[in-house]
Design a protein around this ligand. Structure first.
Ligand SMILES: Cc1cc2nc3c(=O)[nH]c(=O)nc-3n(C[C@H](O)[C@H](O)[C@H](O)COP(=O)(O)OP(=O)(O)OC[C@H]3O[C@@H](n4cnc5c(N)ncnc54)[C@H](O)[C@@H]3O)c2cc1C
Length: 444
């Protein structure tokens, strides 16, 4: 597989000290061997692939899911668990330019549907994923960001039809959101937080119970077309022959599987730390008792939430190099930012830290549609760091495209993925983007 980052990004090191496996056993499935055939073969067992598999099995299809490592090994088992609106990094005006105002509204409606979809999945399959938080809360990192936020509540009402609640700086303490860093808050009452490992493990169990053949340690290394038009997927120990193919590899995609993907997605590292369990006294000392899932208003945003067991989870953009040095620099940055946000906790130990790859597109919008130039092949990826809800829903959208039953995919999500200008070398734009966004964050 030809991938964009250092080998370390695709190995065990970035999750060696993740908090989530201490809360739930990661799924484990045997590898595939020998020859198999099915209606639909799915490459990648994260939220996208597993949700597609479940819906296809419910529609009566015979499905095989092939995962290079284990289900949830990618971003789906290591994220911050914010199940919220999002998936696109493009604004409403830019989206309207691409697909018209109605098209942009249809996409934003899908973002809400995506959150409801995950809630229904948890409930239908009895997955207890430690949910909490009444929607999401954005915190203004500067006085000018606070001023903009005050106006945003109206825009959110117009676009989403949702009543967002604005809190001025003086009201933050009474909501358990005390920090010298923040100047106001805006709560959008859609979404909730979950334990990503419990969600993905529950999904894997549901998929298996629905009759899907789910394989771990089964990296697809070759993709060909048989004379009868079927897809032929090659693994080290076996082969799968499938009428339909779904690519659900997001930030862990390769340049050649299929070749169309080359140059059309951009993985970006993100990292998380968690503290030890904080005492009630420590929570009171900081004045942070809120269970809301929060993020700041920076372009290079931080995301954080008090977990049900009173550990603080704190996420941020990671170094653009996936090396030992890059990880060490990210950890130092995380500690410095955390201490600035929560000065009363500056001596509290960080017990876990880990990282993974999110995925951007050149269009700045997610993709869920047929793969151009291939017959009966689909892909869904590029959720811009917001794939808990949108990735899950994109899986369901692909299943609907294949079976002709289920929700319609918004036009914005089927508009092919544009190539990045630097192709194979596109990762070089990351330090430039970080530098530019960092400058904007300091100025705004
Ligand atoms: C640190 C971090 C924090 C995040 N926080 C949030 C958050 O709070 N909220 C939110 O909404 N989103 C968050 N995200 C993003 C979210 O986790 C992802 O968008 C989502 O999990 C993508 O799911 P997926 O199934 O498409 O891809 P993944 O879960 O990444 O799964 C892709 C899978 O494909 C497999 N694969 C790749 N190539 C092959 C091959 N050739 N053969 C077989 N298998 C293959 C990989 O091993 C991998 O398991 C975060 C991501 C990271 C990394």
């Amino acid at each position: 597989m030809t991938r964009l980052f250092e080998d370390r990004a695709y190995g065990p090191e970035p999750i060696a000290n993740s908090y989530w496996p201490t809360t739930a056993s990661p799924p484990h499935y045997a590898s595939l061997s020998g020859g198999h055939s099915c209606d639909t073969a799915i490459i990648g067992a994260g939220y996208t692939g597993l949700n597609a598999a479940l819906n296809l099995a419910q529609a009566g299809q015979d499905v095989v899911v092939l995962e290079a490592e284990q289900p949830g090994w990618g971003a789906s088992g290591r994220n911050g668990g914010f199940c919220c609106l999002g998936g696109s990094a493009s604004g409403f005006t830019a989206m309207s330019r691409q697909v018209g105002r109605d098209g942009a509204l249809a996409y934003l409606h899908a973002e809400r549907e995506a959150v409801d979809f995950v809630r229904a999945r948890l409930s239908e399959y009895g997955i207890d994923a430690d949910s909490h938080s009444r929607g999401e809360t954005r915190l203004a990192h500067s006085p000018s960001a606070a001023a903009r936020m005050r106006d945003e509540a109206g825009a959110i009402r117009d676009i989403y039809g949702i009543e967002a609640e604005f809190l001025p700086r003086e009201a933050l303490a009474s909501h358990g959101l005390t920090s010298p860093e923040f100047h106001a808050a805006l709560t959008i009452p859609v979404g909730f937080a979950l334990n990503p490992m419990k969600y993905v493990s529950g999904l894997a169990r549901a998929v298996e119970a629905a009759g899907v053949r789910l394989y771990g340690s089964s990296a697809v290394t070759g993709l060909n077309t048989a004379p009868d038009g079927k897809h032929l997927l090659q693994m080290a120990q076996g082969e799968v022959r499938a009428t339909n193919l779904i690519i659900a590899t997001n930030g862990y995609s390769s340049e050649t599987l299929p070749p169309w993907l080359g140059g059309r997605y951009l993985p970006v590292p993100s990292a998380i730390i968690t503290t030890r369990v904080l005492t009630e006294g420590e929570l009171a000392a900081q004045g942070w008792t809120s269970r809301q899932m929060c993020y700041d208003s920076r372009h290079l945003l931080h995301y954080f939430r008090l977990l049900p067991d009173n550990r603080m989870l704190f996420g941020l953009r990671a170094a653009w190099r996936c090396t030992e040095g890059g990880d060490a620099a990210t950890l130092l940055q995380a500690r410095a930012d955390f201490d600035r946000f929560f000065p009363a906790w500056k001596d509290v130990e960080i017990t876990h830290h880990w990282s993974g790859l999110i995925c951007l597109s050149r269009n700045l919008t997610p993709f869920a549609g047929p793969v151009p130039g291939m017959t009966r092949a689909w892909a869904a990826l590029c959720y811009h760091g917001n794939g808990v809800a949108m990735g899950s829903y994109a899986g369901a959208l692909l299943a609907a495209q294949i079976t002709g039953r289920g929700p319609a995919t918004p036009a914005l999500m089927t508009r092919g993925l544009r190539r990045f200008e630097l192709g194979r070398w596109r990762r070089a734009i990351l330090p430039l983007i970080y530098g530019w966004y960092g400058l904007m964050d300091r100025r705004s």
